[in-house]
Design a protein around this ligand. Sequence first.
Ligand SMILES: Cc1cc2nc3c(=O)[nH]c(=O)nc-3n(C[C@H](O)[C@H](O)[C@H](O)COP(=O)(O)O)c2cc1C
Length: 176
Amino acid sequence: MKSIVVYSSITGFTKRYAEWISEAVGADCAFVDHVDSEKLSQYDVVIFGSHVRMGDVPHRERFAELSKGLKKVIVFVVGGSPADNPVIPSIFKKIHKSIPQAKSAPQFYFRGGMNLEALPEDERVYLYKQIRMMKILSFILFPIRKTILNVVYMMSHNSDNSSKESIAPLVRWMQL
Ligand SMILES: Cc1cc2nc3c(=O)[nH]c(=O)nc-3n(C[C@H](O)[C@H](O)[C@H](O)COP(=O)(O)O)c2cc1C
């Protein structure tokens, strides 16, 4: 089966996962801006990978456009927060709305990290806006205050929680 991993990444964590996956399953690997629908139509399986940005995946509509007409599509997302962040199922809900084929695969969420120095200026401004907004929300959504403040802490400090082992369920699923 011919497969390709197509990813978007700003600070490199999703790129790292894309490369690990492509190596593990013997797939090609390409940055999202370097492929088009014609190229993807040559593959039996397309694996889209995106970083999380404010509870969504920034290239969702681009992935949706590229996935039109494809039969087997798998999506993985890479976020800074732990896998038990209650927002993650809603991210996949949005993905499944845009890319219905992805519903036939499990939800693959991998933990990335924060590399504040590698963020372009506009992303950094956006990040600080999001942190301010979450601090306000933590007072309004008091019952989940601790979860929100943990995410705020995670977003304000450099970290690397990426792990090659965590791709195992996706690799197994590809081998089914
Ligand atoms: C502006 C901004 C918003 C973010 N929003 C979220 C978020 O809502 N949830 C989350 O888990 N991580 C969030 N993150 C963390 C990124 O998903 C994390 O750093 C990820 O590893 C980045 O992947 P990349 O290195 O491939 O760009 C955000 C990061 C930035 C810069």
